[in-house]
Design a protein around this ligand. Structure first.
Ligand code: SF4
Length: 265
């Protein structure tokens, strides 16, 4: 008991922030046209795997049959690349039978992403999900971060000068996009999603150019009006590049004739 108290004293509530549209996100489930349960290999985290191993229901038996152990435990997709638990109505059998709490970490998180700062966590929605893309692009005002929860973390560190400078720089980039319209919301999304990783790799200039390049690719051929068209372009790009480390790295390091609006970097 005393040990637990001592441990608790070393932990501290870390605020979690997210864009204000985040709370309005609901998976479109059966109505989704591009389900993330098709075509994506889904790894099962060790904690969930352990829970699944102890399930003795018919679903538990199916879970044991449909998870391959190598190279890391993952759901075995069908010949059509569908998750084995995706029903014909495009609903998740695990949720239907056991509830959302039974999902593995990746399924519970998607399409959310997290950026970890020393003193706060920032969450967002990734555009590979069509519903998230629609929500982001139709947000009626510039990005507003609001506190959504608190997480118990070890005593947060005080941000270093470099970290504060990075966040200030990121926030200035966001402020510079304080316009209305889907193109502005798309640029904000890219800044919010990709700049924070410079905290780990220090590649502020490359990441700034990545935002510009991704924006250029996502809006190529767009008529400047149709939100569904832009959402679809963004969804495809996000799906193919933002979730593929190799392609993201290529975009980060790309050189050539391309000029950014931030050539002073
Ligand atoms: S892509 Fe988004 S809306 Fe579609 S099934 Fe996945 S989380 Fe739900």
């Amino acid at each position: 008991m005393l040990e637990m108290e001592a441990e608790r004293r070393q932990m501290c509530a870390m605020k979690v922030f997210a864009p204000d549209y985040y709370a309005g996100f609901r998976c479109a489930a059966g109505a989704c046209r591009h389900s993330c349960c098709v075509g994506w290999e889904i790894d099962v985290d060790p904690e969930t795997l352990e829970r699944y191993r102890h399930m003795s229901s018919p679903l538990g038996e199916k879970l044991k049959r449909c998870i391959a152990p190598e190279p890391v435990p993952h759901f075995v997709l069908s010949a059509e690349e569908r998750c084995p638990f995706l029903t014909e109505q495009n609903l998740c059998e695990i949720i239907l039978l056991e509830g959302e709490d039974s999902l593995c970490q990746i399924c519970a998180d998607h399409p959310r992403f997290r950026n970890y700062w020393s003193d706060r966590i920032e969450m967002g929605l990734g555009m590979a999900c069509e519903e998230a893309a629609r929500l982001i692009l139709t947000s009626p005002h510039p990005l507003r971060l609001v506190p959504v929860s608190e997480e118990w973390e070890e005593q947060p560190e005080i941000p270093s000068e470099e970290e504060r400078a990075l966040r200030d720089y990121r926030d200035r980039l966001l402020d510079a996009v304080a316009e209305t319209g889907p193109a502005a919301r798309l640029r904000e999304y890219l800044i919010y999603r990709h700049l924070a990783d410079a905290l780990y790799d220090g590649r502020i200039a490359e990441r700034t150019r990545l935002v510009d390049r991704a924006f250029e690719r996502m809006t190529a051929g767009w008529d400047g009006q149709s939100v569904p068209d832009l959402a679809e372009k963004a969804r495809i790009f996000s799906n193919e590049v933002e979730y593929d480390d190799e392609k993201l790295e290529q975009l980060l390091t790309e050189t050539g004739g391309y000029r950014t609006g931030h050539d002073n970097l």
